[in-house]
Design a protein around this ligand. Structure first.
Ligand code: CA
Length: 191
């Protein structure tokens, strides 16, 4: 039986995925072929290892955090195509004339995704420790631990608006108000 080739996407599956993610049918077909290539052993899902083999993620300082986002909500770290797409959908550019708040690539969803990058223990708050850890991932060994600490505590002071010692999503949203996250968190997919 067909062990060595991937199952083709059915038309109704494509339509359903398109409705859920906002990707066009054409984009979905191309992303599916990328997904199938990543699934080296034709398991029918992507494992953590498959993601670790993606060169762009291997060199990305936040690669581990991005992989964690893919693992989130998957069972036993088996990421199926729908889960794969729904993470990617957060990076879809926002169309100017569309103001659908509930869509996965809305400004709030993009912010939520960025917030989760920092919230390592997923308790809904960013602690000073988490902030320091993520900063460390981003700058590597170029900055001394002392400098890192002071950057983190300065950031905490600026962003922790309700001064409870942690950054809540509300704090985060407020701090990011002036930042055009929709431009920073958009990737042009296989146009
Ligand atoms: Ca936390």
């Amino acid at each position: 039986m067909g062990v060595n080739f991937s199952r083709a996407l059915k038309e109704d599956e494509t339509a359903e995925l398109s409705a859920a993610t906002g990707f066009s049918a054409r984009q979905i077909v191309r992303l599916y072929s990328r997904y199938s290539t990543l699934d080296k052993e034709n398991k029918g899902y992507l494992s953590r290892e498959d993601f670790e083999h993606i060169p762009e993620l291997a060199i990305n300082p936040l690669g581990d955090r991005i992989i964690a986002a893919f693992m989130d909500g998957s069972q036993d770290e088996h990421v199926n195509f729908k889960q794969f797409l729904s993470v990617l959908a957060r990076f879809r550019p926002i169309k100017k004339h569309v103001t659908n708040q509930s869509s996965v690539n809305s400004k709030e969803e993009k912010l939520r995704f960025a917030f989760n990058m920092y919230d390592l223990d997923r308790d809904g708050k960013i602690s000073a420790h988490e902030l320091t850890e993520v900063l460390k991932m981003m700058v590597g060994s170029n900055v001394s631990p002392e400098q890192l600490q002071s950057i983190a505590s300065l950031t905490m002071k600026e962003v922790d608006f309700d001064q409870d010692g942690t950054i809540s999503f509300d704090d985060f949203q407020q701090a990011m108000k002036g930042i055009k996250i929709e431009e920073k968190m958009s990737i042009r997919f296989l146009s």
